[in-house]
Design a protein around this ligand. Structure first.
Ligand code: SF4
Length: 72
């Protein structure tokens, strides 16, 4: 599994960064970024915690090979 983000939804409150700091970060514009690697089990678990905690429903889990960043 990999992490995905809908950057256009992000309100830059860093909740996901606090819950999964080795997966998510904020870029220089304050928008969420996610590592593009296969997640370790503990990383995937931290993403599962971050998903319902994001007030904008902007983070998700995806299969490797699917689109992970949505800048639309
Ligand atoms: S928790 Fe959601 S809104 Fe907050 S920084 Fe992460 S993706 Fe953006």
């Amino acid at each position: 599994m990999r992490a995905g983000v809908h950057r256009e939804l992000c309100e830059s409150n860093a909740v996901c960064v606090a819950l999964a700091p080795d997966v998510f970060d904020l870029d220089e514009n304050g928008l969420v970024t996610a590592i593009d690697d296969d997640l370790e089990d503990d990383q995937a678990e931290s993403v599962r915690l971050a998903i319902p905690s994001c007030p904008r429903a902007a983070v998700f889990l995806r299969e490797a090979g699917s689109t992970g960043v949505d800048d639309a």
